[in-house]
Design a protein around this ligand. Structure first.
Ligand code: PRX
Length: 634
């Protein structure tokens, strides 16, 4: 990719002639303008590329703002698009999924084979009593059965709630309980850095805390011993070999607005929010963004190196690629196990054309130097992508030079669990500025505003808002619609804008630069965690009465967790207690939530209304001035 300076300000990387010629979109400005002037028309054309049982009546129903509805009256199922329609074309024999386990074992599934597994498992779920409208919880390592389980749920009309396999007991229990799931799909464990994880034992503890589960299906992955309860727990392979697992399973006809899944994510309260996505709008939005942003070509092998347990994996490992008939890659383990060339080896071995990952992963691999990548043939790569947190220019350049050999544009995509798909993102033809997510996707009007809603001047920091609805937007928070309004729509109620929760800048060229969260949400290695969740885990330890968790900047992980705790009467702080508290958080939420620092204090800085002033703690931990303290109580 040529690097030159012209009209655009700063460090700009222009696409090569080859990229310009191969790109599906030749003129972003023109298509963007059309998509904004006739938003519904734009989405109608995109929706028309999919397979519907019945065409929609209205593209957008905004009669109950902010509870927007898309493609109302339409009948669809995401699986009819991700699998069924491919079975009647040549795509039937194409690889839908290439999976590699950490120990080096691998499996591949054609669309035909995937359909068989999904249909069989759909019938198993039905035999276990699953019905349209239920929510089924999935807690799995990164193995094909995770994807099969998600697709099977969608196929029979149940919503899935996937809980990230790195989460632990309390995080899982709380999600099962909020979703009121009767069925849990899990595994004995998975492999991470050469060691088996023990998911089933964690699931057992979680089911004890949250007793709604009637049936638990367990995939045998590691072969490690685990406790199976007589009439509740069943092995996946046993069920799949029974006559109930017939390979003929009708795909359920769903309303466009029927829920496809709930995905819990961290917000500013202790309780994770279950964001609800639907069969219609989400199918349209994810498939369209994938096709345009990564300029998907039928011969591409696509690798989104995320975990299917997070939105990135839902949208861009599973659904969007499969709807487009793409070959998607899933890898089970750590990027640097057994050596830091593991990913580069995968790219060479499978001839991967597009790699989409997080800044944390790039920074983590960059630490080992370029030689690990240089010993592999990475020439199959055409495009690269980044997501989850701001990418620092140094990591961007390393990714561009060492991995992309200077010829692969990097799609730095800004989006959220709430948005379903990419919102601010380059296209391959977009001139790139390292660290900027560039411009809004088609149909999206984004802005950076002050508290009153006035656009801030170029280069000034403000709040990121989206000024219009889009098909992939979460429809509500499961069983908590008031919070949905409160969190996302209240602040700019008059204008009807969506509040993203991020601060950002726009430069003179209209390029967006995301700075980070401006609420109490942390991004640890790109994973989203709430201060309040970490605090509740700390308080659940008998030695702690109060706690405040903050994120401190970290070069590798983005944020690291710093916790200040107040101990119960008669207990004094010690190094042992510090370690105990760190392990306690790890056991309750998971390793990603383990605080790096735990400090003991006599009191916490609070406002007169009793809110913890985390910014004061942050300033103190960083040795900075605390700023305006007029609202501080003491
Ligand atoms: O702060 C932004 C950051 O990730 C948040 C959303 O997190 P989550 O719902 O877990 O979804 C992550 C994957 C889509 C955002 O509010 N974020 C996401 N992508 C970027 C980013 N920050 C900067 N640049 C990005 N490309």
């Amino acid at each position: 990719m040529a690097k030159q300076k012209d009209k655009l300000e700063g460090d700009v990387y222009y696409p090569s002639q080859e990229i310009l010629e191969s790109s599906r979109v030749k003129d972003y400005d023109c298509l963007y303008k059309q998509s904004i002037e006739n938003r519904e028309g734009f989405w109608e054309i995109e929706a028309g590329k999919l397979s519907w049982y019945k065409k929609w009546g209205k593209v957008l129903d905004d009669s109950k703002k902010p509870f927007y509805k898309w493609f109302t009256g339409g009948k669809i199922n995401i699986v009819a698009n991700a699998i069924d329609r491919h079975l009647v074309s040549d795509t039937r024999n194409k690889l839908a999924l290439i999976w590699e386990g950490e120990p080096g074992d691998f499996r591949t599934y054609s669309f035909f084979a995937l359909n068989r597994e999904v249909s069989k498992f759909g019938n198993v779920l039905k035999a276990l009593g699953a019905k349209k409208g239920d929510v089924i919880t999935i807690y799995m390592p990164q193995i094909p059965e995770l994807i099969i389980a998600m697709l099977a749920c969608a196929k029979i009309g149940t919503a899935h709630s996937v809980v990230y396999g790195g989460f632990s007991v309390e995080a899982l229990a709380e999600r099962i309980s909020d979703a009121q799931s009767n069925i849990l799909i899990t595994a004995d464990g998975g492999f991470r850095r050469g060691k088996p994880t023990n998911l089933k034992n964690i699931a057992n503890d979680a089911m004890r805390r949250s007793p709604t589960i009637i049936s638990c299906v367990v995939v045998k992955r590691t072969g490690e011993e685990c406790f199976m309860e007589g009439d509740r727990d069943f092995w996946y392979h046993d069920l799949m070999s029974m006559p109930i697992a017939s390979a003929k399973c009708e795909t359920e006809v769903m309303d466009a607005e029927d829920p496809l899944f709930i995905l819990y994510t961290s917000g500013t309260t202790g309780k994770p929010k279950g964001l609800v996505h639907t069969h219609g709008g989400y199918t349209v939005y994810t498939s369209t963004t994938f096709r345009y942003v990564f300029d998907y070509q039928p011969e591409d092998r696509w690798w989104c190196a995320a975990d299917p347990g997070w939105i990135t994996g839902h949208s861009y490992i599973v659904y969007a690629p499969m709807i487009n008939g793409a070959t998607t890659i899933l890898y089970e383990g750590a990027p640097n196990y057994p050596y830091p060339n593991r990913w580069w080896q995968m790219i060479e071995k499978y001839g991967i054309n597009i790699l989409y990952t997080s800044p944390t992963a790039i920074r983590g691999l960059m630490r080992f130097g370029p030689s690990w990548a240089e010993r592999h043939d990475l020439s199959s790569l055409r495009l690269l992508g980044s997501v989850g947190e701001p990418i620092n220019p140094e990591a961007w350049k390393w990714y561009h030079e060492v991995i992309g050999k200077g010829k692969c544009p990097i799609m730095d995509t800004w989006w959220q669990t709430e948005t379903g798909g990419f919102m601010i993102t380059p296209l391959p033809i977009t001139p790139l500025k390292p660290g900027s997510a560039t411009k809004p996707f088609f149909g999206i009007e984004a802005d950076v505003v002050d508290e009153k809603g006035n656009s801030v001047k170029p280069g000034e920091e403000g709040t990121l808002v989206i000024k219009n609805p889009w098909p992939g937007m979460a429809r509500t928070i499961f069983r908590d619609p008031d919070q949905y309004i409160e969190k996302y729509w209240k602040q700019f109620e008059k204008q009807g804008w969506y509040l993203a929760g991020d601060s950002a800048k726009v430069d003179k060229d209209g390029y967006f630069w995301i700075i980070g969260r401006n609420d109490d949400v942390l991004k640890v290695s790109g994973y989203r965690l709430g201060s309040a969740e970490i605090e509740s885990a700390l308080i659940s330890h008998p030695a702690v009465t109060e706690a405040a968790a903050i994120g401190l900047p970290d070069k590798l992980k983005g944020n690291i967790i710093h916790a200040t705790v107040i101990l119960a009467e008669g207990i004094s702080g010690s190094v042992e207690l510090e370690d105990q508290l760190k392990s306690h958080v790890q056991k309750e939420i998971g390793p990603i939530a383990k605080p790096k620092f735990v400090v003991f204090a006599e009191s916490l800085p609070k406002t007169r209304s009793g809110k913890i002033m985390r910014r004061v703690l942050k300033a103190k931990a960083l040795g900075q001035e605390a700023g305006d303290l007029t609202t501080l109580e003491d």
